[in-house]
Design a protein around this ligand. Structure first.
Ligand code: C2E
Ligand code: MG
Ligand code: MG
Length: 765
């Protein structure tokens, strides 16, 4: 058995395919029945020559053939009875045994037969072998063994042992026949093998295809992205579950749906293009039937058949609404101010970049309005930041309403806003006209008071305007120009409006430089005090003087107060300058007192209201007086009317404290602030200084004369001492003297402000 296993590979390790066995047993009934007949024929024909021994042969062979028939029957009805390899072995042994018995019979019979009978026997043998080749073809090894057992011994016997030339020829012919059968069987086996492997391949491919199909179906159905298929007529042929869920549709509605009937046609172009130009992508909004606005990413690819013709398309749709919205929100907040919802600095930049990149920018003028609220700081300081925020929000709302487009309004931060009006006109004159209209419109936003939490607030804004030339693309410069013009608007602008021009730029630069130099000037002893006498108009006796600051500038020479005090106020350095003046004046008075030259009833100094707002001003000031042994009545503090009005409530307390200490305060430049005296009287000032501008052309200007007259009258009614400033000639002096002879005056007519030594020489000694 092991030998057989080795020889024919029929052991358990080699899988004997069921098919082989089925092939072997399929023809068994027919061929074995034929074999029984052949056997009987042998018995009948050769019994006379061979004798009774043939009965024994017949019996043995019949038993084997019948047993094989029984096997075939059992295999058909009860194949599980044995393992496949056992069935195979059974078949093989019995088939070969059959061949063996036939061979035995023939070897025994042949020598006893005449040539004619031998030929007859061989004819039968050919029939048997032919049938065997056919019936055993399923297993070529069995067939080969079968034929070898049947033909080889007989041919050898014929060639070598049976006498006669005929036998040799017949033996050789038998061998030749055997050889041709073997080659036919081997060839058939080879072809079968090839066929078998092809079959295996097909089975493998089939199963792979099946798996893939299963996978695809599973993926199609379970995929989290929406998928649908459509044909070349743009009719939907299939959809998956995610698709139906995404659009809230039923499968039945969608199958057969024509894409041209989609409620939102935005993705239709890529769907069509995909069938001619290959894969297309659509990223964008899509409004579903339910009206829901989605953001989708749809990738469409054509589908080909086996002959590479396009038979439709497949669309994969991803719902990116959430991501898109989150991104939009993020972008929005990155570019917008949370308080007012206007653009922020970054949003402004983006807007400007977009604007200057547009074609129109090359030929159109645009305008930029830079707004800065006046006195917004006071709102914050006195009413709190929460109120300040509400004011800003309300202003933003009004501006948006006036301008109509929130996109080009920016809150730069704090109380600064920018409005851009793009592409106004190609003509500068018409552009300017349009800008004027826009100014009106912006100012309109501030016209009515703001009612916030029951508080009525009048807000105003300074506006710097930059006309953006066509093609000008330096955003930083535009913003800088805007800043400069705004600054200008704040300081000198009419109605707080100022257009940018180059001169402003230079001025701004100079101011900037001056501010820096001023800080250094304090340390470098470049500041100096001049003194101007205050005299009685009736007899020209000096009773007091005013200390006025000068700056010995290293390059510019001696500079008057007018040319740097406003800058000092703006930068805040005025506070340091103020203390320097106080210190200086105290020292001076002390020095004059020591020399016995102190005959003045007071020396007045100018203090900016900003300084009074600093805590402890009165206390520190008194401390200084004590330090130098100066009486409180020796000094008067002059505060300009305009700065008083700006800070009225807050200065009130300090001024009262100063009065309590016996320090007199004067209202300086009276008449320039248009305030009523009764209002100022609340501050209980003792001295009124009528501004020098009223002296201009006093001789001819009746209006001014009347004004001065009225001011003096009212001033006296409120018990103010009065000093008239700016008397330069005797005409002016006489006019004033006629109005009131008991006044004092200060003016070039008597003396210009002079340096300390000269003042001492000329007026004190
Ligand atoms: P002010 O307090 O009204 O001072 C009087 C100004 O009028 C002085 O100008 C003085 O030179 C000028 N003046 C006097 N008489 C005449 C005249 O007959 N004709 C003309 N045209 N002008 C006359 P100044 O010194 O240039 O000071 C200008 C302003 O600067 C002052 O006006 C005052 O408001 C401010 N100032 C001066 N010194 C100081 C200071 O130390 N601290 C502060 N905070 N402000 C000061
Ligand atoms: Mg003064
Ligand atoms: Mg004055």
């Amino acid at each position: 058995m092991i030998f057989l296993d080795r020889l024919f590979g029929t052991n358990e390790h080699i899988i004997i395919k069921k098919e082989i066995l089925q092939g072997l047993f399929r023809y068994a009934t027919r061929t074995l029945s034929a074999l029984l007949i052949v056997e009987a024929l042998f018995l009948f024909l050769f019994l006379p020559e061979v004798g009774n021994i043939l009965y024994l042969w017949f019996a043995a062979t019949s038993v084997i053939i019948l047993s094989r028939l029984y096997d075939a029957y059992r295999f058909r009805h009860d194949p599980q009875r044995y393992s496949l390899s056992v069935w195979h072995k059974k078949f093989l042994i019995k088939a070969w045994l059959t061949a063996f018995f036939f061979t035995l019979m023939m070897l025994y019979t042949i020598p006893q037969l005449n040539t004619y009978d031998q030929l007859f026997l061989f004819t039968i043998l050919l029939g048997v072998t032919g049938g065997a080749v056919n019936s055993l073809s399923s297993d070529h090894r069995i067939a080969l063994g079968y034929l070898a057992i049947l033909l080889v011994p007989l041919s050898v016997d014929m060639i070598f042992f049976v006498t006669g030339v005929n036998s040799i020829i017949m033996g050789l012919l038998l061998l030749l026949y055997f050889y041709s059968l073997v080659s036919v069987i081997l060839q058939a086996a080879e072809e079968k093998k090839i066929l078998e492997s092809k079959k295996q391949e097909i089975i493998r491919v089939e199963s792979e295809l099946y798996e893939k199909k299963e996978m695809l179906e599973l993926f199609f159905d379970q995929a989290p992205i929406g998928i649908f298929l459509y044909d070349t007529k743009y009719v939907i042929t299939d959809t998956n579950r995610a698709f139906l869920e995404l659009f809230g549709r039923q499968r039945e509605e969608m199958i057969g749906f024509r894409l041209e009937n989609l409620p939102d046609q935005s993705p239709i172009v890529p769907l069509r293009k995909a069938l001619t130009e290959g894969t297309q992508t659509y990223i964008g909004p899509y409004r579903s039937v339910k009206g829901e606005l989605l953001w989708v990413e749809a990738k469409t690819s054509p589908i080909y058949n086996s002959t590479h013709e396009i038979i439709g398309g497949i669309v994969l749709i991803e719902n990116k609404t959430k991501e898109h919205n989150a991104l939009e929100e993020l972008q929005y907040s990155a570019l917008h101010d949370s308080l007012t919802s206007l653009s922020n600095r970054r949003g402004f930049r983006k807007y400007m970049e977009k604007m200057i990149s547009q074609e129109k920018h090359s030929s159109y003028y645009s305008a930029l309005f830079y707004l800065d609220l006046n006195q917004f700081k006071q709102v914050n300081d006195s009413l709190g930041h929460a109120m300040g925020d509400k004011v800003l929000a309300a202003i933003a709302k009004r501006l948006t309403h006036q301008i109509g487009d929130a996109e080009n309004i920016t809150r730069l931060g704090g109380d600064e806003f920018i409005i851009v009006v793009p592409f106004i006109d190609t003509d500068l004159k018409r552009t300017k006209e349009s800008i004027e209209a826009h100014i009106q419109s912006i100012q309109q936003a501030f016209h009515d008071p703001f009612m916030i939490e029951g508080v009525r607030l009048h807000m105003k804004s300074s506006i710097g305007i930059v006309i953006i030339e066509p093609g000008f693309d330096n955003i930083e410069e535009i913003v800088r120009y805007a800043d400069i013009s705004m600054y200008q608007a704040k300081r000198h602008g009419q109605d707080f409006i100022s257009y940018y021009n180059m001169k402003l730029d230079e001025e701004r630069r100079k101011v900037f430089d001056l501010q820096h130099q001023l800080v250094a000037a304090l340390g470098n002893n470049e500041l100096e005090l001049y003194f101007q006498p205050i005299v009685q108009i009736k007899d020209n006796t000096m009773i007091a003087a005013e200390a006025l600051i000068r700056w010995e500038h290293p390059q510019n020479g001696l500079m008057g107060a007018e040319s740097f005090i406003p800058i000092a106020v703006e930068s805040g350095i005025i506070v340091d300058i103020g203390w320097w003046v106080i210190e200086q004046v105290c020292r001076q008075i002390a020095a004059w007192k020591e020399k016995g030259l102190w005959t003045l009833s007071y020396l007045s100094i100018n203090i900016n209201a900003k300084q009074l707002l600093k805590s402890d001003f009165a206390e520190v000031f008194i401390g200084k007086l004590e330090q130098y042994g100066v009486e409180s009545s020796d000094i008067k503090i002059e505060i300009t009317e305009t700065s008083l009005i700006d800070n009225f409530n807050m200065t009130q307390e300090v001024i009262l404290t100063l009065q309590r200490y016996g320090i007199g305060c004067a209202i300086d430049d009276f008449g320039t602030g248009y305030s009523s005296l009764s209002y100022l009287k609340k501050l209980s000032f003792s001295l009124l200084k009528i501004d020098k501008t009223f002296m201009d052309g006093l001789e001819k200007n009746r209006e001014n004369r009347k004004l001065v007259h009225t001011m003096i009258d009212i001033g006296k009614q409120f018990d103010y001492a009065i000093v008239v400033e700016g008397i330069e000639n005797t005409d002016q002096k006489e006019i004033i003297q006629k109005i009131d002879d008991s006044l004092c005056y200060q003016g070039y007519l008597f003396s210009k402000p002079v340096a300390e030594t000269e003042f001492e020489e000329s007026f004190l000694r």
